[in-house]
Design a protein around this ligand. Structure first.
Ligand code: PLP
Length: 387
């Protein structure tokens, strides 16, 4: 097979939108003044400070609207990872080692590594598994929520399979027991309706760069700000919840991206679902020995995770990249490790199967022609790798 390297960006087909999304032109435009003329510090009392403060507070309302929360409950952070670290730090203040933290086995590394760090400090960690279709084992979660539980972490939608977890039921179980619940909604916002206050979720983490906003800006939304412990100590920014001068342009970009995600939610879902379904149907029709992981479950509209029998997914992703197609084997955070996806391991229990899984995550910016070209490239790569 001829491998073509150094493909110009315009000719690449990007189907890795769960790793990160491009910044929309409108978002960049909204940010521009705050990177140039309107560079004031939002904590300054003069007019330039007020201009920046007004922009930050407007963005706070835009983000709050996206997740159905009050603006005061939105704390801007540098990433969802920072939001998650803040939750873990706050939940364990004053808690005696021995307390229980319940997480699902398929959470993002930001949750799983925090849980591991607590385990090393003497906390009891219960990792609740998923069924073979990727759905949360809800009865097992219910069993795990003992009176000693100080925190439960359940993601809304899985970043590798797109499977949506029953957050309403999870929130009810936690509320009935008075257990704090953190929901990682990074892959859910902008893809399904998310309303925090309707459900009684205590903490929700989100990130701008998954919804066509800039990298380096996220939010922790909390109905219980008193339970938050600042991770960064210093000035009184973010009402004393996070020290450090605010990333004004990033916040403005996040706010604008959140507003667009809210306004265009159903249009984006319709487009991405149609592209994802076209891709899945063509793969199943044209390539033998494939399995859609999580295919039987309710999933976010843009994601499909496919196992290609007998093909090592790392090699597959590399060959596809050489053909101008950008996809991934799972979470971008694991891309430098050769261990197979912990999500696919939790679902299949098989190292071999987990090693065959490739994630395709489309956006509303992709086209049907791109999907058709990707299927051609897949067919070509599969034939070449299987022989
Ligand atoms: N949680 C999930 C489900 C994710 O997919 C990601 C990013 O891939 C994160 C958390 C971390 O987000 P950030 O890059 O903002 O730290």
């Amino acid at each position: 097979m001829d491998l073509v390297y150094n493909i110009p960006p315009m000719q690449r087909i990007y189907l890795d939108n769960n790793a990160t999304t491009p910044i929309l032109a409108e978002v960049l435009e909204a940010m521009h003044p705050y990177l140039t003329g309107s560079f004031g510090n939002p904590n300054s009392v003069h007019s330039m400070g007020i201009e920046a403060r007004t922009a930050v507070e407007h963005a706070r309302s835009q983000v709050a609207t996206l997740v159905g929360a009050e603006p005061e409950s939105v704390l801007f952070t540098s990433s969802a990872t920072e939001s998650i670290n803040t939750v873990f730090a706050g939940a364990t203040v004053g808690a005696r080692p021995g307390g229980r933290v319940v997480v699902t086995a398929v959470e993002h590394a930001a949750v799983l590594q925090n849980a591991l760090a607590l385990e090393e400090r003497g906390f009891e960690i219960v990792r609740v598994g998923v069924l073979s279709n990727g759905q949360l084992d809800l009865p097992r979660l219910e069993q795990a929520l003992s009176p000693e539980t100080i925190l439960a972490c359940v993601m809304w939608a899985n970043n590798e399979t797109g499977v949506i977890f029953p957050i309403q039921e999870v929130a009810q179980l936690c509320n009935e027991r008075g257990i704090s619940l953190h929901v990682d909604a990074v892959q859910a916002v902008g893809k399904i309706p998310v309303s925090m206050s309707d459900l009684g979720i205590d903490f929700l983490s989100i990130s701008a760069h998954k919804i066509y906003g800039p990298k380096g800006i996220g939010a922790l939304v909390s109905g219980q700000p008193s339970k938050l412990q600042p991770l960064l100590i210093g000035g009184h920014q973010e009402s004393g919840r996070r020290a450090g001068t605010e990333n004004v342009a990033g916040i403005v970009g996040f706010g604008h991206a959140a507003q667009l995600a809210h306004e265009n939610l159903f249009a984006r879902v319709k487009l991405t679902e149609s592209l994802r379904n076209r891709l899945e149907a063509a793969i199943q029709q044209r390539i033998a020995g494939v399995e859609i992981n999580g295919g039987g479950c309710s999933r976010i509209s843009n994601t499909t995770n496919v196992s290609f029998e007998g093909i090592d997914s790392d090699a597959f992703v590399t060959v596809l990249d050489s053909l101008g197609v950008c996809v991934s084997t799972g979470s971008a955070c694991h891309s430098d490790s050769l261990s197979p996806s912990h999500v696919l391991m939790a679902m299949t229990g098989s190292y071999e199967k987990a090693n065959e899984a490739v994630r395709f995550s489309v956006s509303h910016l992709n086209t049907e022609l791109e999907i058709d070209n990707v299927v051609d490239a897949l067919e070509h790569a599969v034939v070449s790798l299987r022989t």
